[in-house]
Write a protein that binds this ligand. Structure first.
Ligand code: AMP
Ligand code: ZN
Length: 114
């Protein structure tokens, strides 16, 4: 997707601070962090959102969850905990139409979300 900002990050056309990468997944720091640690985990192949059928193809969910675990380990979040969120649509405030899992931690997080 030539006009997708996350595809541009994958293609190194836009800068990012990469935390983890493998053949299917890239993880990088959120530009506007909601907590001391805020990393976005995205598929390298463009998927629009969690309802896009491409999201569940070719082992991608497993790759995404594996990457979340890698990020949690690298960021030292395993002991104290963290939250993984996927926003979809207007009510959730989804802003970027390329599937992304937020990994948020480094402070106590309120629940339920506001
Ligand atoms: P969402 O509201 O779930 O669609 O989240 C989109 C997230 O992408 C927000 O937390 C933004 O701060 C983040 N974001 C947008 N542009 C960039 C960028 N160029 N680099 C890193 N994070 C970004
Ligand atoms: Zn994209």
């Amino acid at each position: 997707m030539s006009d997708c900002i996350f595809c541009k990050i994958i293609n190194r056309e836009l800068p990012s601070t990469i935390v983890y990468e493998d053949d299917q997944v890239l993880a990088f720091r959120d530009i506007n962090p909601a907590a001391p640690i805020h990393v976005l985990v995205i598929p390298k192949r463009h998927c629009a959102n969690i309802l896009d059928p491409a999201t569940v193809e070719a082992g991608l969910p497993a790759a995404l969850f594996k990457a979340v675990a890698q990020v949690a380990a690298k960021e030292g979040l395993e002991e104290r905990g963290f939250r993984t969120v996927v926003n979809y649509g207007r009510d959730a405030g989804e802003a970027v139409p390329h599937l992304h899992l937020h990994v948020i931690g480094g402070r106590a997080l309120g629940w339920p979300p506001g």
